[in-house]
Design a protein around this ligand. Structure first.
Ligand SMILES: C[S@@+](CC[C@H](N)C(=O)[O-])C[C@H]1O[C@@H](n2cnc3c(N)ncnc32)[C@H](O)[C@@H]1O
Length: 317
């Protein structure tokens, strides 16, 4: 857990005349350290270099004199970070699988482990496309991303599988404008975003792939989250109920209705939820419910397949 000193106590990043970029960086780093920010240097680098519009290598090699509007911009960004605001909110965007994803208050910052979910879903989608799993009468591939937030999962899938129809939904009014804007800035036309709770906007529809990174933190763990997350990211994106399982139960109990036969669901999992969610999927009649580990060896993704519908009995007249 990260502790922050009260915001008023950190020294301001003072900028003198003729200051060079690396001097400004040093002062910015000191300001963040004084405010109790853990990763002061990398955060200062991101903010200062962003303020002057230079990449890291260029900045270290050229070390130019800082123009005063740039210095003023850097000081404003550093001040926001020193107050505890996540660096991604201050900069306003983050890279996710080669996409630029705009983020800000009201929308969860995409995490690196979520990229794994997308990669697994892409692999399955390509196999479906290649016909390894028969998909009679199901063209184009249809994908639904529940709890879409910034739209990062839906957009990464839409970009990789341009012939697919991708839908994202979220209950949050604040999140959806980010998802739609992110589609626009990344030039993605095959993704649509609808507001509503879980499957509610898609009654009667069927999909080949469903993905979700739902809120999954146990309620009694919310207080021990980093203050950065607790105070800045939306609680509705994190709170998974008493045991963290609320959304997995709701999603898995309805997903069968919204999947085509042989369709697959991919769920991101909390660090200790793999066994319980896998069991839930099996109880709901999913086949091949498998847990995929992340690079730290933690069961991070559940992949499960909807049983192929048994042939209908047609009475002989
Ligand atoms: C953990 S965030 C995931 C955001 C994004 N998919 C990602 O991976 O970065 C969970 C999201 O679920 C949304 N959410 C919470 N309750 C919901 C509900 N009942 N129906 C749909 N979305 C919901 C939140 O607004 C939030 O955007």
């Amino acid at each position: 857990m990260v502790f922050y000193r009260p915001a008023a106590s950190f020294p301001c990043c003072r900028v003198s005349h003729n200051m060079r970029l690396l001097d400004l960086l040093r002062k910015a780093t000191e300001s963040l350290e004084a405010a109790g920010i853990e990763d002061a240097l990398p955060d200062a680098e991101m903010l200062v270099f962003h303020a002057v519009g230079m990449d890291r290598l260029e900045a270290y090699v050229s070390n130019p004199e800082v123009k005063s509007p740039d210095a003023a911009r850097a000081t404003r960004l550093i001040r926001r970070r020193a107050h505890g605001e996540p660096v991604q909110y201050v900069i306003g965007h983050i890279e996710f699988l080669g996409l630029t994803i705009n983020v800000g208050k009201g929308v969860l910052i995409p995490r690196p482990e979520t990229e794994l979910l997308v990669e697994e879903a892409i692999r399955t989608a390509r196999n479906m496309k290649a016909g390894i799993r028969p998909r009679a009468f199901r063209d184009p591939l249809s994908i639904l991303d529940l709890c879409t937030g910034s739209g990062c999962i839906a957009l990464a899938l839409a970009k990789e599988i341009p012939e697919a129809e991708v839908y994202g939904s979220d209950v949050s009014k604040e999140a959806l404008p980010y998802a739609r804007k992110n589609a626009k800035i990344n030039g993605i036309a095959n993704a649509r975003f609808l507001q509503g709770s879980l499957f509610e906007p898609f009654r009667g529809r069927k999909f080949d792939i469903i993905t979700a990174n739902p809120p999954y933190v146990r309620r009694d763990e919310l207080d021990s989250l980093q203050r950065e997350i607790r105070d800045w990211e939306p609680l509705s994106a994190i709170d998974g109920g008493e045991d963290g399982m609320d959304y997995y139960c709701q999603i898995l109990s309805s997903a069968g209705e919204y999947l085509n036969p042989d369709g697959c669901i991919f769920l991101e999992l909390g660090y200790d939820q793999a066994g319980a969610v896998q069991k839930l999927a099996q109880e709901q009649g999913f086949e091949d419910a498998a847990v995929i580990n992340d690079y730290a060896g933690i069961g991070r993704i559940l992949k499960a397949r909807k049983t192929r519908r048994p042939l209908e009995y047609i009475p002989v007249m």
